[in-house]
Design a protein around this ligand. Structure first.
Ligand SMILES: Nc1ncnc2c1ncn2[C@@H]1O[C@H](COP(=O)(O)OP(=O)(O)OP(=O)(O)O)[C@@H](O)[C@H]1O
Ligand SMILES: CC(C)(CO)[C@@H](O)C(=O)NCCC(=O)O
Ligand SMILES: [K+]
Length: 255
């Protein structure tokens, strides 16, 4: 069994998986915490391990785009959990080639490792098809993968939440959007809805534009904001809860 970790800019997500299992994403346990609650992780892992008696973790694979402080903190927490303390984390990195995917970034190491993992996951889910993979988290990334597994490159946008709040903070008359607001599409007749409609159109429009540009036949949408953006997309798509984690699973399986 392996512990997979996806540390994004807003949340840390994790999953325990049997890397020999045939089905990608068949987690034995999983969870997510905001960075402010990261201290909970040790206890969460310990509880998950207790619920899986007779099984042991023999590897940790982690993708981190949240910086060195988060990396050090994860290493410290792991060292304090019985059953995990003897393990060293393998830090997943953007390299020129891994798990059947070629990294076409001009400087392969500059590519966010979450994007490389997401591309590996997308190609593993839809091999032989040109794919657009949109990961809608703190930032939204929209990346192109060829049918034969080349990461061509992509687009980076502010995420849905960042877009909406930057507008709210930088204009005198625009209010903050309620977290639980119903999400409108099209031409809104009030300010709150007009902001949301505009930000949703920007996100969905960029994904649709990338899909056409790439001549894609598969669109995968993932991340915390995906449930909001997906239903405004005017193209066939697959909603995958965490495509980064799927990519880490595919990588662990290929090792
Ligand atoms: N209720 C909501 N209404 C609008 N946007 C939301 C809502 N909940 C989450 N979001 C947006 O979803 C995005 C990220 O949410 P979340 O933290 O769940 O994603 P994530 O994929 O874990 O991000 P990361 O991997 O960058 O940490 C942000 O843009 C956030 O503002
Ligand atoms: C774009 C984000 C923030 C998305 O999480 C991350 O992938 C990142 O920090 N990337 C580095 C820059 C790049 O991918 O070109
Ligand atoms: K993300």
């Amino acid at each position: 069994m392996k512990l997979l970790i996806d540390a994004g800019n807003t949340r840390i997500k994790w999953a325990l998986v049997d890397e020999t299992a045939a089905t990608l994403g068949a987690w034995l346990a999983s969870g997510a915490v905001m960075h402010a609650d990261a201290a909970r992780l040790g206890g969460d892992w310990q509880a998950a391990l207790s619920a899986l008696p007779g099984r042991s973790v023999h590897g940790v694979l982690a993708a981190n785009v949240a910086g060195a402080g988060v990396r050090d903190n994860l290493e410290r927490m792991l060292a304090a959990v019985p059953g995990l303390s003897a393990l060293t984390i393998e830090w997943f990195a953007s390299v020129p080639e891994r798990a059947g995917l070629r990294n076409g970034y001009r400087n392969p190491g500059q590519l966010g490792c979450d994007r490389f993992a997401a591309a590996i996951g997308a190609h593993a889910l839809a091999p032989g098809r040109p794919i657009i993979v949109a990961n809608c988290g703190t930032a939204t990334t929209i990346d192109a993968v060829t049918a034969d597994g080349i990461f061509l490159g992509g687009m980076i946008l502010p995420g849905l939440g960042l877009m909406a709040t930057s507008l709210a903070r930088n204009t005198a008359q625009l209010p903050q959007i309620a977290q639980d607001a119903a999400l409108p599409a099209g031409f809104a007749d009030n300010t709150d809805d007009a902001i949301l409609s505009g930000c949703l159109a920007a996100q969905a429009g960029a994904i649709e534009r990338a899909f056409t540009l790439h001549g894609a036949s598969e669109c995968i949408i993932s991340g915390g904001a995906a449930p909001y953006i997906a239903h405004t997309l005017a193209l066939p798509h697959r909603h995958i809860e965490n495509i980064v984690m799927i990519g880490l699973h595919a990588t662990a399986r290929s090792a």
